[in-house]
Write a protein that binds this ligand. Structure first.
Ligand code: PLP
Length: 469
């Protein structure tokens, strides 16, 4: 146990690095990396919110012949920090409101760095019991925060896309194939996952969303009944808890009741909106989320984690029954001992630790700090709505603030002009927002989940959007 040291027969062994870097140089470059990152974080609000490069210019700076001999690491670090990593969306910039921001926290970054430094592996219990325990602990913390039943299990994966794919593969393995119900607001990674698993086009039943972009409950009931009459086999309903487009939550209690009555699987995609559960008002919007049979959330979006971190929570037994690589002997060895082989809970075998960052950041800041930060994001979207509503001759609110997202349009401006203003705003560097298509019309969309965003940032962005042309 702790304190045991392996005996090294070569007493003189002192190499720190497998490829020969001296310990002093390791410290010097390691500290340099910390300084580069912290300097950038301090100064991030002065950077452009997004920067997209030209392919040939980036290649000219970052490419070249294979370096057969060592090159100056300081210069290489500079190229990474000043060329490679500056040309991207700055998801943690206080005026990055596009797509879904990635406002990662330093406590989480440190956990990722440490896990990488130890080359932590979370594949089998025997090969990584410490990292596996971290993952079990973190998954159970997430489960509690979302309010799911205590026997639910989970796995950390690269993100929402992979988490839903894993859930669908398990449902298919345990229950067979059938018709799946979703809406035109379901994230496109979900129908893609169904397609790669072999679901046919007619088995992927996309319902047009209602006026409020929610799944229409009556139309769902009719579709299920119609398919049963036609001899098809309804299998699963996919609800979204916070759509990427508008932050809308499907009527989860109603979907759960239908799934119960019809014996269908209920998958809830809370990749974006799940962390809203930490806030009292968000929890209200997300009621029914705890009724999911499988649920996906993305800590790398609204839980302040660096990429990548997605999480699947699911009814017990589903994952191991579907993915166990050595079912014949592993079952007896590990059953009931609390020793989990994470390679048997998904489609990855060799796995880094994605739990260390969550574990360290939740301990470092405490859940109350996360709660405040999420409340701040929810409030900002409401503030944006209020600011827009104060000028009704200029702005039209298309979808009111929901879970940190608000969609709006400039009166008198067509689709092209909306897109053009989004482009000009990005090019100015001041801020970055999205345009999206809703019911055939291009509109502006703000996602306000960065705890560093101020009211001034918000109003400055909206004012510039109006002034550009
Ligand atoms: C982002 C998102 C996804 C996809 O998640 P990735 O982490 O990008 O793979 C799925 N569903 C929703 C609602 C999302 O917002």
């Amino acid at each position: 146990m702790a304190g045991i040291k392996a005996e090294d027969t070569r007493a003189s062994r002192s190499e720190a690095d497998t490829l020969g870097m001296e310990a002093e140089e390791m410290r010097r470059l390691g500290h340099r990396v910390v300084d580069i990152v912290v300097d950038r974080l301090i100064n991030r609000a002065g950077e452009p919110a997004i920067l997209t490069g030209e392919a040939d210019e980036l290649l000219a700076q970052l490419g070249g012949p294979i370096p057969n001999q060592p090159l100056d690491p300081e210069e290489s670090l500079r190229l990474l920090a000043e060329v490679a990593f500056t040309h991207q969306q700055r998801g943690d910039h206080p005026r990055y409101f596009a797509r879904v921001p990635g406002p990662s926290s330093f406590g989480a970054i440190l956990g990722d760095w440490l896990g990488t430094g130890f080359n932590a592996i979370t594949a089998s219990w025997a090969g990584g019991s410490g990292p596996a325990t971290l993952e079990l602990v973190v998954i159970d913390w997430l489960r509690q925060l979302l309010g799911l039943p205590s026997d639910y299990e989970g796995v950390l994966v690269s993100g929402g896309s992979h988490a839903s794919l894993t859930a669908f593969a398990a449902v298919q393995a345990q229950r067979g194939t059938g018709t799946v119900y979703l809406t035109d607001q379901t994230h496109s990674s979900l129908p893609r996952a169904l397609k790669v698993l072999g679901f046919s086009e007619s088995q992927i039943h996309i319902l047009p969303s209602d006026e409020q972009f929610r799944m229409p409950v009556q139309a769902l009931r009719e579709a299920i009944a119609g398919h049963r009459r036609a001899g098809a086999r309804p299998l699963m309903v996919i609800g979204t808890a916070g759509t990427t487009n508008t932050g809308t939550v499907d009527p989860l209690p109603e979907l759960a009741a239908i799934c119960e009555a019809e014996e269908l699987w209920l998958h809830v995609d809370a990749a974006y909106g799940g962390p809203g559960c930490l806030s009292a008002s968000g929890r209200e919007d997300l009621k029914g989320i705890e009724l999911a049979h499988s649920l996906v959330l993305d800590p790398h979006k609204w839980l302040f984690q660096p990429y990548d971190a997605g999480c699947l929570l699911i009814r017990p037994g589903m994952l191991e029954r579907s993915f166990d690589m050595n079912p014949e002997y592993l079952r007896d060895v590990t059953a009931g001992t609390g020793e989990v082989d994470f390679r048997n809970r998904g489609l990855e075998l060799t796995r880094r630790t994605r739990a260390a960052k969550l574990w360290l950041s939740l301990r470092t800041y405490g859940v109350e700090r996360f709660r405040e930060a999420i409340d701040h994001g929810l409030n900002l979207a409401r503030e944006a709505q209020k600011y827009l509503a104060a000028n009704p001759r200029r702005w039209e609110i298309i979808v009111p603030a929901q879970l940190g997202i608000v969609c709006f349009a400039l009166r008198g401006a067509g689709d092209d002009e909306h897109e053009e203003r989004v482009r000009l705003l990005s090019e100015s560097g001041y801020a970055c927002i999205s345009s999206t298509r809703l019911k055939g019309k291009t509109v502006f969309r703000l996602c306000t989940i960065n705890p560093l965003t101020s009211t001034d940032d918000l109003e400055g962005t909206i004012d510039r959007l109006a002034a550009l042309s």
